[in-house]
Design a protein around this ligand. Structure first.
Ligand code: RP5
Length: 180
């Protein structure tokens, strides 16, 4: 099977958070490959890996890094594949991760990085966003994404309905429209 999504992170210390991206993808039926490569510590190995992506059929790259988080930008500079950046909270983060957020999102015009939220929600959303990109040309995957959305809506409805004193659910059927 051709892998369509690649995930890269700046350090193995990012793995517990970035695993959420690959697990989210797997939940949608998409396998991915994962690498630990750094824009600063292993720049040459990063370039060599990025150059293999397009020829191997990868369609989207997810990059997670904390601190001076240049990884997503460095990858975006080396490929025209869409790059999703996940800013992470490094152990020495400034402002709870604002350092990584700004380092990831503030790309110069012409070299975009689709930056998602900080940390775990961002890693999950990176997986979903990558799936949504692939779903443009994959009707079955689009169906799984719609099912996931419906599941989220049902979870919210059930949580609201189970609260003490919650109003009874609205009756089934189309809403009644008053005709003047
Ligand atoms: C970044 O520095 C990594 O992405 C990580 O979030 C942070 C700290 O890395 P380690 O010092 O834990 O390897 O490059």
């Amino acid at each position: 099977m051709t892998l369509r999504v690649a995930i890269v992170m700046g350090s193995s210390s990012d793995e517990p958070t970035m695993r959420i991206a690959s697990e989210t993808l797997l939940g949608l039926g998409i396998e991915s490959e994962t690498r630990v490569l750094s824009a600063h510590r292993t720049p040459h190995a990063l370039r060599e890996w990025v150059e293999t992506l397009e020829p191997r059929g990868i369609r989207v790259v997810i990059c997670g890094a904390g601190g001076a988080a240049h990884l997503a930008g460095a990858v975006a500079a080396l490929t025209i594949l869409p790059v999703i950046g996940v800013p992470l909270v490094a152990p020495n983060a400034i402002g709870g991760g604002i350092d990584a957020l700004l380092s990831t999102v503030q790309m110069p015009r012409g070299v975009p990085v689709a930056t998602v939220a900080l940390g775990e929600p961002g890693a999950a959303n990176a997986g979903i966003l990558a799936a949504q990109m692939l779903a443009i040309e994959d009707a079955e995957l689009a169906g799984r994404l719609r099912t996931m959305r419906e599941g989220m809506a049902a979870t919210v409805r059930e949580a609201v309905a189970s609260r003490p004193g919650a109003p009874r659910p609205a009756p089934e059927g189309p809403p009644k429209v008053r005709v003047r």
